[in-house]
Design a protein around this ligand. Structure first.
Ligand code: ATP
Length: 299
């Protein structure tokens, strides 16, 4: 049965683009079940950006994968993921793919692992547009060149015949973004999209993402371990630690008045927001992580 976010639709004409309710992810491994994401409640409307910030292993990618429907086989999602009012977790694989394929797009941290090394950029870009948009080969090729233009790679560069190893890191990420928007998605999830890039290229890529969000009216989920970066580019933020949401709200409010000591620690250790102490403080994560506290008690 397909569940609809009736409470949302009753409140107004349009449900939000994305809303999760108590989204959790469990991993079954070696006969044990571990919860790696607990009760994530977020809401995103078109044209806005929500940031998910947290250290490595805090559950950012698992949250994104649960929304996208691309969890590894060992992982199971629970709760609700409403996309335009439809709970994606209630759909069978085929129905879900029909929505997720064209409408939800994912940009990976490392384009080298997402792009095929033996296929030309053109060949990789054309395929999804032929499948999801029903374009002919010639139409898809023309649109690929336009998309590359849109992400700042001029047509004159003749990149369609190039291979991924021939491109710089920034160009690879631009190609990934062009592929991500090729099927006209409504929701874009960018998982650490600039971690491997130097500061200048990082800024260009993030500004490109925001421009595309505005031009195309997308909702953007931006994932990063860097609260400084999230504070500059996201309207709202969720701070995660060990699968739990420690704090969330409008980014400006969270950064100006953090209510959780863990967030305060992150802010103090992010050199690009607020005061830069001479020695960066060490965040005692064990003090705030429910999982670390439970482990301590069990010992
Ligand atoms: N394929 C997998 N099998 C088993 N456990 C996994 C798998 N992928 C992730 N995990 C575990 O799930 C938890 C959350 O991982 P996740 O990748 O979401 O963290 P993250 O915040 O995105 O970290 P990073 O910034 O390093 O990518 C971690 O404890 C991780 O070890």
């Amino acid at each position: 049965m397909v569940t609809t976010a009736t409470d949302v639709t009753a409140a107004g004409p349009q449900p939000p683009l994305l809303r999760t309710e108590n989204l959790s992810v469990c991993i079954d491994s070696h006969g044990e079940r571990n919860t790696v994401v607990s009760d994530v409640n977020l809401e995103l409307t078109a044209g806005r950006t929500i940031g998910i910030v947290g250290e490595s292993g805090s559950g950012k990618s698992m949250t994104a994968a649960a929304i996208m429907g691309i969890l590894p086989p060992v992982a199971t999602a629970q709760g609700r993921v409403f996309y335009q009012g439809t709970d994606l977790l209630t759909l069978d694989d085929k129905a879900r793919r029909a929505i997720s394929g064209p409408e939800l797009a994912y940009i990976f941290q490392e384009p080298m692992s997402a792009l095929h090394p033996m296929l030309s950029i053109g060949a990789q870009m054309i395929r999804p547009m032929r499948i999801h948009l029903g374009l002919s080969k010639r139409e898809a090729r023309e649109r690929s060149a336009e998309l590359l233009d849109q992400v700042g790679i001029p047509k004159s560069r003749g990149l369609l015949g190039a291979y991924v190893h021939q491109l710089s890191g920034g160009m690879r990420q631009r190609v990934m973004i062009a592929m991500a928007i090729s099927c006209q998605p409504a929701l874009l999830l960018a998982d650490e999209p600039t971690t491997a890039l130097d500061a200048a290229v990082q800024k260009q890529i993030l500004e490109l993402l925001l421009d595309l969000r505005d031009q195309l009216g997308l909702g953007l989920v931006l994932i990063s371990h860097d609260l400084g970066l999230i504070s500059r580019y996201a309207d709202d933020v969720l701070v995660m630690l060990d699968g739990d949401v420690m704090e969330q709200g409008p980014t400006a409010d969270v950064v100006a008045n953090p209510t959780h000591p863990y967030t305060r620690g992150l802010i103090e250790s992010a050199p690009r927001i607020g005061h830069v102490p001479r020695r960066l403080p060490t965040i005692d994560r064990a003090k705030f992580s429910t999982r670390a506290l439970a482990d301590k008690e069990a010992r």
